[in-house]
Design a protein around this ligand. Structure first.
Ligand code: ADP
Ligand code: ASP
Ligand code: MG
Length: 424
């Protein structure tokens, strides 16, 4: 049994530092300096870290040199090592400031997940150890992106999952918000690497951020935003390099004026399309197609069934590139049973989405979007919508231009609020 949790005197500040922010020992030392200064000022700090720089990519590549089909358990053990390195180094760097710090793995921090290797979900967090260490006056550094199954095997939460570790820990520790420090100084109207005229948003609603993140805005892991929404826990996204910029607050209520327009544009280049040709148009077909895909753990995104001619229909759906070959093979295997004529894989697609809660009440967004794309001679291959999002799938070569054209068409480069600035 661990020691009983000390009575908390002051809220815990939960911060997360991403891969670029801890990408070298110099950067780790910079982060350590920031944390040590706040700890010396009396803050109780839990810092979640990502692996250094592109470490996770390198680990993925190493596994790929050995096998195309690694066992999930060992793959997760390998990937989890990246965050353990940065957590240990950051704790050492903080100690150099004479501030006591301790590094914890996901397991030591009590982060339990289900056993879905490579994309596990956090099931509960036992905070006793964290609270004990905080009670001893330590800064607690936690390896993000990882957890532990009930059987004590490593799991990882899906690429970009350290954000989710941080938000889940912030909720478990009753922090007033989660602070995500990254290499950009907030959430922009679109990825500033895609459109230099993108503006930083002062704030954005959970639902809007969730749609943007799910549709490819890599600045936040979608599951992290989902947890923010679930617990109504605001998430601050800010720079780990510039303390003078206020960042963006992801929260429930956003200011009225900007809520009435398109808030952001997401571009996802990780899109492959699978089309099953000439499927008989009869009940049960969709479940016959998507049942086996779900069983194989394939995450199907946009689905479109074309109008049927002579009781035959084409069914197209999108998947991420790393699941495209498996999805294609499964559909081809099932094509005969379905009575389909052919299964086609197109790995050269991109998804561009406009998002804003204003779409629930406003009209004309779709017409404006399609007109802008048509005027730029960009062909739309598929369309899908939610209440607050319209997505067009285009050829990958048109993806960036589509995002830029829509950014201009919806006047996202125009500031609507003081504090929403272009990159400076
Ligand atoms: P970290 O390693 O800190 O988790 P990520 O690379 O995962 O950082 O996320 C930050 C990156 O997200 C930025 O460098 C930027 O290119 C990208 N990005 C995508 N969409 C947006 C957006 N709407 N606003 C800000 N950044 C975005
Ligand atoms: N290191 C992991 C990744 O690169 C998790 C993260 O950075 O959030 O995906
Ligand atoms: Mg990230």
């Amino acid at each position: 049994m661990s020691a009983p949790a000390p009575v908390s005197v002051q809220p815990v500040s939960v911060q997360k530092y991403g891969g670029t922010s801890v990408g070298s020992t110099e950067r780790l030392q910079h982060v350590a300096g920031r944390i040590a200064a706040r700890a010396a000022g009396g803050d109780r700090i839990v810092a979640v870290v990502s692996a250094m720089g592109k470490t996770t990519d390198s680990l993925v590549a190493l596994a790929g040199e050995i096998t195309a089909t690694p066992a999930g358990r060992e793959y997760d053990m390998l990937l989890a090592s990246g965050e353990i390195v940065s957590a240990a180094l950051l704790a050492m760097a903080i100690e150099e400031h004479d501030v006591p710090a301790i590094a914890l793995t996901g397991q030591q921090a009590g982060v339990f997940t289900d056993d879905t290797h490579t994309r596990a979900r956090i099931t509960r967090i036992e905070t006793d150890r964290i609270l004990t260490e905080l009670g001893r006056g330590q800064v607690v550094i936690i390896a993000g992106f990882q957890g532990i199954t009930p059987g004590s095997d490593f799991t990882t939460l899906g690429r970009g999952g350290s954000d989710t570790s941080a938000v889940a820990l912030a909720a478990a520790l009753h922090a007033v918000r989660a602070e995500i420090y990254t290499d950009v100084d907030g959430v922009y109207t679109t990825d500033p690497r895609i459109e230099p005229r993108a503006r930083r948003l002062h704030d954005i609603a959970y639902e809007e951020m969730l749609e943007l993140a799910s549709q490819g805005a890599g600045v936040m892991h979608p599951r992290a935003v989902e947890l923010g929404l679930l617990y109504d826990l605001p998430i601050l996204v800010a720079s780990s390099f510039r303390e003078d910029v206020p960042g963006t607050l992801i929260r429930k209520q956003v200011q009225m004026e900007p809520s009435n327009r398109v808030r952001g544009i997401a571009l996802d280049r990780d899109v492959a399309l699978i089309t099953i040709r000439a499927v008989p148009d009869r009940p049960g077909i969709a479940s016959q197609v998507f049942g086996p895909l779900a069983e194989a753990g394939i995450n199907v995104d946009t689905i479109v069934q074309n109008a049927s001619a002579e009781r035959l229909t084409d069914m197209t759906f999108s998947v991420a590139h790393d699941q495209a070959a498996a999805a294609h093979a499964l559909c081809r295997d099932g094509a005969d049973d379905l009575g389909a004529s052919d299964v086609i894989l197109d790995e050269h697609a991109a998804k561009v989405s406009i998002v804003g809660t204003g779409m629930q009440s406003g009209v004309g967004y779709a017409a404006k979007m399609f007109r802008a794309l048509a005027e730029a001679a960009i062909n739309i291959e598929l369309i899908s919508t939610s209440e607050i999002r319209i997505t067009a799938i285009v050829h990958e070569d048109d993806g960036q231009a589509a995002a830029q054209v829509l950014h201009a068409a919806f006047e996202l480069d125009e500031p609507v609020l003081a504090g929403e600035a272009a990159p400076g």
